[in-house]
Design a protein around this ligand. Structure first.
Ligand SMILES: Nc1ncnc2c1ncn2[C@@H]1O[C@H](COP(=O)(O)OP(=O)(O)OP(=O)(O)O)[C@@H](O)[C@H]1O
Ligand SMILES: [Mg+2]
Length: 582
């Protein structure tokens, strides 16, 4: 196959203007733009979206045509016949965006750079499909892996050249799949998921908010669990911060009391676990820590001795007691000695009615949460979940240890969105994986965490009772810190503007389907520096399954038509029906 991009039969024109981003090409005759066939392949001259090669002295360049026009002086003479005629007297001007360069001595060694430019007068050629294919695979070859896993994503929109992308290049620095609803994100994710299963030996966890990926369940390598039915996240494994998200205490009067109550209950739980008797007289018949009128010293001493366990981040206490303990916390800081009429700071004082009144909404929220069967099934508050519902922590441990299981699908379709439970559970799972990654568990064999409809999980607008933004930051931390630890994030969303910019800007690869909303486009533009503005201009015009692919590991942005995945996600839009007569 002839891989030289410069072939006289494909000559298109000359460079007549160079700016940092673009070159302008003078085309001596409009006739050169028409499609033709050589050596069995169709070369579509120089239409918008096509690739061209520019022949410099030492360096050659690949560029993509972004606009085409006639000089003003020629526009008046325009007629359909005249433009396409052989020997046409029209001289169109094309603008093309520079994508990459290569040494003239070695056209196969492509480089992505903005520091070299073609000279005025350089010759421009339409490039063949084979050359583009070569560039794509050369790009893949840069990865230092002997046999590289690839995904056969589909074909280039402009000329159908098959597009095989390195999975390392896609996932190695996290990946975002973006597009409006119905643009084909889930199909693309399904395609990627299948490629990961077939081509790599790695494990994949997918958080599936709507149950769309249940079509994968008949694959033996897939373990599938429905959150709140066949899997729960034990509340004792939630962090104290997670519990605060669920309960949303007001900052001034509820937050400190809640923190105190948690500390007291952890103290009780720890004393029981250690068989320590010193606090026995403090523990009431329910199991709460009594404070009213009690000496502080023994409690303080015990807490001081066990400070690490009591201040650790987990909810290792009996949550059923939380409402009662909050009431027990509502005491004055110092007792009053009746005889001397002096404050006695060594003991807690009497019941503080006003403080207790302030806790009403918090206690109500706790009651509501604990009484709901749905939340009990999700967090196992009552410790009564049947054996059919496994703890997420055990599930992960089993999944990671089982050689035959490759994909863990966690189905959130039954999970309530009230109390922000879905976000909190997803965040807790992400935190769990984050901790494992930091523990170097995935260094040898990276794990890919896929998050479909990420805006449902990574909601940057979650507010607490005082309207402060709550940072549910586990995904953010993964994006920022976990690449080196082998935990790769792949998130798909229709609302990039709802994803924290910090998370989005860590993404090394973008697969952007049709995107109409101006604000979303701007968000993507800000996040992916490598995609030039010109490439992003195609976004509103893309059809279903068509996507712009860009990223640090790719030599140039590509517009690809993604082919149908083996397992189609379950996402068909229900159809309106014709009215039945009679
Ligand atoms: N690669 C493709 N080729 C052809 N058609 C496609 C392709 N991908 C998706 N479609 C069509 O677009 C429809 C929507 O696809 P999909 O559910 O993947 O979109 P989505 O972006 O995930 O939407 P949502 O945001 O609603 O989840 C599909 O039903 C399918 O008919
Ligand atoms: Mg979808």
């Amino acid at each position: 196959m002839n891989r030289n991009p410069f072939n006289a039969t494909r000559f298109l024109g000359y460079v007549n203007e160079v700016t940092p981003q673009k070159v302008s090409i003078h085309i001596p005759s409009a006739w050169l733009l028409s499609q033709f066939r050589i050596e069995g392949e169709t070369i579509s001259g120089g239409n918008v979206g096509e690739y061209v090669a520019i022949e410099g002295e030492r360096y050659g360049f690949v560029a993509k045509i972004s606009s085409l026009k006639l000089p003003d002086s020629e526009r008046k003479a325009l007629s359909e016949k005249a433009v396409n005629d052989e020997g046409s007297q029209f001289h169109p001007i094309a603008e093309a965006e520079l994508l990459m360069s290569f040494k003239m001595a070695d056209p196969q060694a492509v480089e992505k750079t903005a520091s070299r430019f073609p000279e005025i007068g350089s010759r421009v050629y339409a490039v063949s499909a084979a050359y583009i294919q070569m560039v794509l695979s050369a790009d893949n070859r840069r990865m230092v892996v002997t046999k590289m896993p690839v995904v056969q994503l589909g074909g280039l929109v402009s000329n159908g050249v098959p597009c095989n992308l390195s999975l390392n290049a896609l996932f190695g620095r996290h990946c975002a799949v973006i597009g409006t609803t119905g643009s084909g994100k889930s199909h693309t994710v399904s395609k990627l998921l299948y490629a990961l299963v077939e081509e790599t030996g790695n494990k994949i966890v997918i958080l599936d908010p709507t149950g769309e990926y249940s079509t994968f369940d008949d694959n033996v390598a897939v373990e599938s669990r429905i959150m709140g039915q066949t899997c729960h996240f034990p509340y004792r494994q939630l962090s104290i911060a997670d519990l605060f998200y669920l309960l949303r205490p007001t900052a001034q009067s509820q937050r400190p009391i809640l923190a105190q109550a948690i500390r007291s209950l952890k103290t009780v739980a720890l004393a029981k676990r250690q068989g320590d008797k010193t606090l026995d007289s403090y523990i009431d018949e329910q199991g709460c820590l009594k404070k009213m009128g009690m000496e502080k010293r023994a409690v303080r001493g015990f807490q001081y001795k066990n400070i690490n366990a009591i201040e650790d981040e987990y909810c290792s206490f009996d949550i059923k007691l939380l409402g009662f303990q909050i009431k027990a916390e509502c005491v004055f800081e110092s007792a009053r000695d009746n005889a001397t009429q002096r404050d006695d700071p060594s003991r807690w004082g009497g019941f503080d009615v006003r403080m207790n009144d302030y806790q009403a909404s918090l206690k109500l929220r706790i009651q509501e949460l604990l009484a709901s069967n749905e939340f009990n099934a999700l967090f196992n508050f009552k410790g009564d979940q049947p054996e059919t519902s496994i703890s997420a922590v055990d599930l992960f441990k089993g999944f990671l240890a089982d050689k035959n299981k490759r994909v863990l699908r966690l189905d959130f379709s039954q999970t309530s969105s009230s109390f922000s439970a879905r976000e909190i559970v997803a965040n807790a799972i992400a935190k769990f994986l984050y901790n494992q990654a930091k523990n170097k568990d995935y260094l040898k064999s990276p794990l890919v965490l896929i998050l479909d409809e990420a805006h449902l999980f990574v909601n940057k607008r979650l507010l607490d009772a005082d309207q402060n933004v709550i940072p549910l930051d586990a995904f953010d931390l993964i994006a920022k810190e976990c690449r080196k630890f082998g935990l790769f994030l792949c998130l798909s969303t229709q609302m990039p503007r709802d994803i924290p910019v910090g998370t989005l800007s860590q993404m090394g690869a973008f697969i952007v389907h049709r995107l109409i909303n101006e604000q979303d486009r701007r968000t993507v533009e800000m996040a992916c520096s490598s995609a030039s503005k010109v490439a992003l201009e195609y976004l509103p015009a893309l059809g279903p399954g068509e996507a712009l692919i860009t990223g640090v590991e790719f030599a140039m942005p590509l517009v690809v038509k993604v082919s149908m995945p083996r397992y189609r996600p379950n996402s068909a839009t229900p159809q309106l029906s014709v009215k039945q007569e009679g």
